[in-house]
Design a binder for this molecule. Sequence first.
Ligand code: FAD
Length: 389
Amino acid sequence: PGTVTIIGAGQGGFQAAISLRQNGFEGAITLIGDEPGLPYQRPPLSKVYLQDGKAEALYLRPESFFEAKRIDYLPGTRVEAIDRAAQRLTVLRDGAEKSLPYDHLILATGTRNLRPPIEGIAHACDLRTLTDAQRLREKLDQPARIAVIGGGFIGLEFAAVARKLGHEVAVIEAAPRLMARAVSQRMSDHFADLHRGWGTALHLGQPAVAVEPAGVTLADGTGVTADFVLVAAGVRPNVELAEAAGLAIDNGVKTDARLQTSDPAISALGDCASFPDPRGRGHIRLESVQAATDHARLIAKRLAKGDTDPYGALPWFWSDQGACKLQIAGYATPDAAEEEIAAGIVGRFDERGLAAIETIDNARAHMRARKLIASPEPVTRADLEEIAA
Ligand code: FAD
């Protein structure tokens, strides 16, 4: 293709641009993002950035890089429509509409925060963008009582930092356990103990029903006093542009094994993409830096070099909560069975066998787990025991 245009300048969109050049692509690259400023990393927003406030440390590359690599980066620019027949985009920048051409289009639009239908939720804060994190940092300047709606990774990472900074923190989770979508019961229990030990109040199995100036009311009538409320209750993929353009959607923009959408001139990656699991578990959508960047690398190779390899990277993930690092190799659905392999190491199993391994503060075991899950050989008991050795 002569011109590759990328919608979304987050982790995956940025990686696609840089990988295209690394693979020798000589055509024009346009990277369009609706956020202001330079592309940045999101994971530190709920971790170190809340403490040190160093935005410079988040930027993926300095401004000069984009010029040097001939990447036409358009921040503060929102794509409003895709005209697939004409291969053109309608974009909105500084209040003015423009039309931009593409030969190949990459959808890297990510997700947006889900706002559960809770009365008064409009008053709650979000943590998705650098702007959100900057606002939260200002609120953390003064001693505060904070309620966090959502006991997933982001809510818990934020809660751990806020406690460390001396704030009073309560986490409200509708499910009976923490991080229930992503980790085993054992890990949920382990992290519940940790957070309680740090002095955070956990309200599990009770959905929030109202956000008021005085705090949050739970379904059973309990009142949680709070000066401000953070809502971290999951996300929705940004698929509306693709849907309006008539692309296939399946809990994300649906792709084939090469990350091509139902239109061969359009690829999709990262948080917004629903792709075939290389390990045969159907179409999946992952929310991780690993998936976004590995997807981007594969698409770039295909466009620059004509590679036709299917996507096969192993999913992996991490979450830092307080001083504790949780790592996950592989991908398991919430109903996967679990088994403790050794202290702090839990295996997840489904009908296809070993699906994922969770480890705590154990980088070595995590790396071994990645190798084991990636290997095509059937996994034996001895293999599992070796992870902890
Ligand atoms: P994003 O990085 O979300 O980028 C999508 C971009 O597209 C956004 O900037 C969006 O504004 C823009 N966009 C959307 N629609 C349009 C449009 N129409 N026009 C122009 N631009 C548009 N993952 C981990 O693996 N480990 C972690 O520890 C971790 N911690 C996290 C902590 C926080 C606070 C958050 C928010 C996320 C965290 N994640 C973590 C998830 C990780 O950041 C995402 O999986 C990753 O950023 C996905 O990359 P992406 O390129 O698909 O989407």
